[in-house]
Write a protein that binds this ligand. Sequence first.
Ligand code: TYD
Ligand code: MG
Length: 455
Amino acid sequence: MAKDKSLFTCNECGGTSPKWLGKCPSCAAWNTLVESVAAPDSGVRNRFASLAGTAQVAVLADIEASDVDRTPTGHAELDRVLGGGIVQGGVVLIGGDPGIGKSTLLLQALDSLQRAGKNTLYVTGEESGAQVALRSRRLGLEASQVRVLAEIQLEKILGALGSQQPDVAVIDSIQTVYSDQLSSAPGSVAQVRECAAHLTRAAKSAGVCVVLVGHVTKEGALAGPRVLEHMVDTVLYFEGDTHSQFRLVRAIKNRFGAVNEIGVFAMTEKGLKGVSNPSAIFLSQHAEPVPGSCVMVTLEGTRPLLVEIQALVDSGGPSPRRLSVGLDRDRLAMLLAVLHRHAGVACMDQDVFINAVGGVRIGEPAADLAVMLAISSSLRGKALPKGFIAFGEVGLAGEVRPAPRGQERLREAAKLGFTQAIVPKANAPKKPMEGMAVHAVERVEEALQIVRGWG
Ligand code: TYD
Ligand code: MG
């Protein structure tokens, strides 16, 4: 029964084929066809007919711009990444490693929303109702009125959305949901994609906010296709390492708010608690400065965060390793080449490891200068001075480029007791800063020269 309705859709161009092919007949990409379901009666071309309605064309100036109506979840840090709260008909995808706290956060949020008078539904495919209840007790939510459905079959979940008419529904997780319209296994790309598409459609047509929980593969991508990210309105990722107490939730896509906004939480005995003043949590506590450590100020989203970058340079074998945790490895290779070429610091026969403390991921190039200084500090076995920070992007020509909102970064560091900084020239304050000695540089050589001068 399943087979005759099957259709294969290209992940790249959306082209279709009635049977599986290695190469897409429309765009000639390889291995992009995945199984999907044709709408039973309307045929391939009208798959989205139900969504179409009568098309109305309007002039942009005549369309009233209405701001979306947001409902705060009651958790300020979550609202920050959501852009103010949940939105009717909005679909949120929230990804993260197992055990990082996705189910915990969402259960807490649902409970607050329920208490604020919203109708909530928690669909659990991974745990039984009893396990969810156990967690809710742990969170101190004994009297929670959140409705729970332990179900993994798409059609039944859609049915429950129809009959319960929740304002917010959490599907934990999208990888466990399956539809028997498809012959491929639950958790396969085809199933995940198709089920997410159906849930998205249901959210839009019924005005429900649907939150899909997604697992992350070892490589850090949401398991299943990246197409999920295109389908939904908001994509949030959990960061942080499960051994530390702190968790970051980052918005990497948001149709209703800013991207790269970060929410910071601490995992406690009683669930996740927002950290409203997080700037100093990613510093490891050394009594005295140690070689290979350099603090930077990162500014992704609206709040500056001080993050310690650690480097270890150690003699390697014939093919030395370059490993990075929390920073881009290709960028590390590039920075090592720049260090060698423009500053005469050679790490050719050395293993180089770098790490951003606390499991935070830094995507912005403003980390470059701190990475370089940490590497040179480890190589020389000389610590950078106490209370020192650095930031700035480094180019292939050895130039140090400004980071956005440099003054703000410097001010935050000064506020936390840092007293010395090496920054790109364009980021240096016009007037001397109180309590902070700022060294402005234009090139990597200059930065390294200053540091060598300190011993
Ligand atoms: P969980 O929300 O189940 O993670 P996910 O859904 O992302 O897989 O989080 C589970 C972890 O959090 C687990 O290791 C136990 C811990 N935890 C606490 O420390 N305190 C708590 O109050 C709760 C509910 C969980
Ligand atoms: Mg879970």
